[in-house]
Design a protein around this ligand. Structure first.
Ligand code: ADP
Ligand code: MG
Length: 653
């Protein structure tokens, strides 16, 4: 694998920073796309965000406060002098020399004659329209430098172009290398370049999907499991609630799969809170009654641990040996668990997907379940099926993808849907507000009311462009600490270790924490019944499907729950959240709106870890890619390069 050190001017400290962005080699660097573009065109001084050019007309003063700094100077603009301030760009001082023309981006306040710049370009924009790629960054790495490294990487290796010549001609696509160059150094062909790279990614995805489907249908011989309906019904009637009609239907479909000689390869789609977990538990219980082992995998440790606790509680008194393996599990304990899995002493093992990467061997693994399937990729899907001896596989997903889309994206699986919600649930009331003082005051009152009723509150803030996640979330924490002195506030973000996260989550679950402030790590599946209010800051940064997932953290029992979306932008789109709590409907709306908003969506919303494509927004490209890949696959021997990557990514059984 081409090492980053081969690139000129990249030293250990830069490599360290790139690693934080999951860039470990030159290929990763080439796969790193801007998440949006900044479009620069001069505006008037009074625009919402103004972009103006002016001449520096004073010396530049730097002021320090703590670790932060500000630069202050004056510019001549349109025959008048304007004061300028910019924060934390001390390093620019040496470049801001008197009488130089620069371009300022920011906001002008006529009352104080002060222009607060969020960015400064060290040149005159003139009458040009400039389009700049903007990347997700880490501290100490500038957008310009990252762009430079990516350009270096593109120039330093041979770029593989996977789109067959016939298709390139069909769509008039540019070369791969040329497209990459344009994406990182925009020119008039930008749209073609982006489309081409998205297409390539979706084409390879479709190719794999189609190959997987072919293989599954050729190789779907499994075991006939015998299902002990009596014992299962006995357990079901001991539950504190009645299963919904859809839960029962889906269970039926699963049991039919399990008891047929075919291998199960089924996806259960169900809206947040529809009760997929119990269905999974029952499938595992059924297998254990037939003396087979099962593994349940969740995308995060928090969720895996929650499943473990729930299952142990539900099956208290049953002869069922359930264990969990987490990052925090001690080595000694792990060894013991491995031994017991190999000897068949353990019936059910719960963990993250690292579970199957470990060198674990089972006595007779019969069923693998992955929760929140949309977090896993196609490759992981085929790896799962290759594990164990003709093992049945069940996927759970809360991403409510309309059926036609699901058939394309999950074309290799059978699909079950849970639509009905458990009875007694009240729909979560959703309210859109802005950041202004009036709304903020009312928000604080609402929070106080919930806290006084002994309910708990989630506060979610997206990753902010600066990527200094820890600092951003601490700021919110500080504000809330001041406003709610008598309450315990917890904080949860991606930079914490899983042990720390679990600790906080456990305290929140136990009610010891009243307000939990977090980035989107809570998105998947966390179930705290006493939480009745969720506040989502900068809601415009999320897709409707993600907002719906987040909203699903509350309204998990018969209490009245609220979701408050705080946003100064995109209010029309967010309005839909107030109108419906039907996840499938929201997904449809998301699809209709695709193409709007930022070009690539935010980093954390990627459905299947695509680098540039976005399944929802680029669905039309996916449909074309799927059709094309069907045809190519029929003649795959003519395309040795494609055949090689297919063979590499889809392991042989
Ligand atoms: P999801 O489908 O989002 O994974 P969960 O499986 O976590 O949802 O279920 C959400 C909550 O609803 C859990 O607390 C679960 O115990 C409860 N639940 C599941 N099925 C029912 C039901 N039929 N009636 C009432 N509550 C249920
Ligand atoms: Mg779940």
């Amino acid at each position: 694998m081409s090492d980053l050190t081969y690139l000129k001017g990249i030293g250990p400290s830069t490599i360290n920073k790139l690693n934080k962005l999951d860039i470990y080699n030159i290929d990763d660097l080439i796969d790193y796309y801007p998440y949006r573009y900044e479009i620069l065109k001069k505006t008037n001084l009074d625009a919402e965000t103004s972009i103006i050019s002016g001449v520096i007309s004073s010396s530049v003063n730097i002021y320090y406060f703590g670790k932060k700094n500000s630069l202050r100077f004056k510019i001549l603009y349109d025959n008048r002098i304007i004061n300028v301030v910019i924060y934390n760009r001390g390093f620019l001082k040496k470049n801001l020399t008197i009488s130089k023309t620069i371009t300022l981006i920011g906001k002008y306040d006529p009352k104080t004659n002060l222009f607060t710049a969020s960015d400064i370009k060290l040149y005159d924009l003139g009458n040009r329209v400039e389009i700049n790629p903007i990347y997700h960054l880490v501290k100490g790495l500038t957008n310009n430098n990252l762009n430079k490294y990516i350009n270096l990487a593109i120039d330093s290796v041979l770029i593989n172009d996977y789109i067959p010549e016939v298709l390139k001609e069909k769509y008039n696509f540019l070369d791969k290398k040329e497209s990459l160059k344009i994406i990182h150094n925009p020119s008039k062909d930008l749209n073609n370049a982006i489309k081409r790279c998205k297409y390539e990614e979706l084409f390879l995805f479709s190719l794999k999907m189609n190959e997987l489907k072919n293989k599954n249908s050729k190789n779907n011989i499994g075991y006939k499991r015998s299902i002990d309906k009596d014992k299962i019904n006995e357990f079901i009637s001991s539950l504190p609630f009645e299963l919904t009609k859809d839960q029962l239907n889906v269970l039926d479909e699963i049991f039919t799969d399990l008891s047929s000689p075919k291998r199960m390869n089924r996806l259960v789609q169900g809206d947040v809170g529809s009760g997929k977990t119990i269905v999974a538990f029952l499938a595992m219980y059924a297998l254990s009654l037939d003396k087979y082992q099962s593994a349940l995998m969740a995308p995060t440790e928090i969720l895996a641990h929650q499943h473990y606790l729930n299952m142990v509680k539900l099956f208290d008194g049953y002869e069922l040996n359930i264990k969990e393996i987490l990052g925090s599990t001690s080595k000694k304990e792990k060894e013991l668990i491995k031994e017991e899995l190999a000897s068949g002493k353990i019936d059910i093992i719960i963990g993250t997907h690292a579970l199957l990467q470990d060198d674990i061997s089972f006595n007779n693994l019969g069923l693998i379940i992955t929760d929140e399937q949309h977090r896993f990729g196609v490759n992981q899907r085929s790896n799962l099926r290759n594990k164990g001896n003709l093992v049945d596989v069940l996927y759970l997903s809360a991403t409510p993808i309309p059926r036609t889309y699901a058939l394309t994206i999950y074309g290799d699986m059978d699909i079950s849907i849970i639509k009905t919600m458990p009875s007694g649930r009240k729909p979560v009331k959703t309210i859109n507000i802005t950041n202004n003082t009036e709304d903020t005051k009312r928000l604080l009152v609402t929070i106080k009311k919930e806290l006084d009723n002994n309910h708990q509150v989630y506060i979610v803030s997206p990753l902010i462009e600066s990527e200094d996640e820890e600092a951003d979330i601490k700021k919110i924490y500080d504000n809330y600490s001041k406003a709610f002195k008598d309450y315990t506030i917890g904080i949860l973000h991606g930079k914490m270790t899983s042990k720390e996260k679990d600790g906080i989550m456990e305290e929140f679950q136990k009610g010891k924490i009243n307000i939990l402030i977090s980035t989107t790590v809570i998105e998947v599946g966390v179930d705290v019944k006493n939480a009745t209010l969720i506040i989502i800051y900068d809601a415009y940064k999320f897709g409707l499907a993600t907002l719906h997932q987040l909203r699903g953290r509350v309204g998990r029992n018969d209490l009245e729950s609220k979701c408050i979306l705080v946003s100064d932008r995109d209010t029309k789109r967010l309005q839909i959240m107030e109108e419906t709590t039907d996840g499938f409907k929201l997904a449809e709306e998301d699809f209709k709106l695709r193409g709007s908003g930022d070009l690539f969506g935010t980093k954390q919303s990627g459905d299947m870890n695509f680098k540039i494509a976005n399944l929802t927004r680029d669905f039309d490209i996916l449909l074309k890619a799927k059709e094309d890949s069907d045809n190519i696959l029929k003649n795959i021997d003519k395309y040795p390069e494609l055949k090689r990557i297919l063979d590499d990514s889809i392991n042989k059984d």
